[in-house]
Design a protein. Sequence first.
Length: 106
Amino acid sequence: MNIISVIENTVPISQFNRGLAGKIFQEVKQSGAKVVMKNNTPECVLLSPQEYIRLIEEINDARLLAVASERMKNYDPSENIPDDEVQHELGITDEELADFEEVEFE
């Protein structure tokens, strides 16, 4: 983020007191975020709902990646159990599984 972008995306809190909240919220919808300044100090960040959801999803993805990476450190392919062994242990037949739809993993 460059200095021009920072300046364009800041708004003094006094503009809210002047009744310009609607205009500010419209700008947030267009730009994705505004930093509200109070006494020349950042007070809060206004985000559009779409930007908030995007950031939350990005955080969740990063957390899942961290968990997966940690688990892969201890992964030993020799400890894998073939599905036919699991089915046998649980008493599940191929015919019973044929009735189920395919499961899609993300």
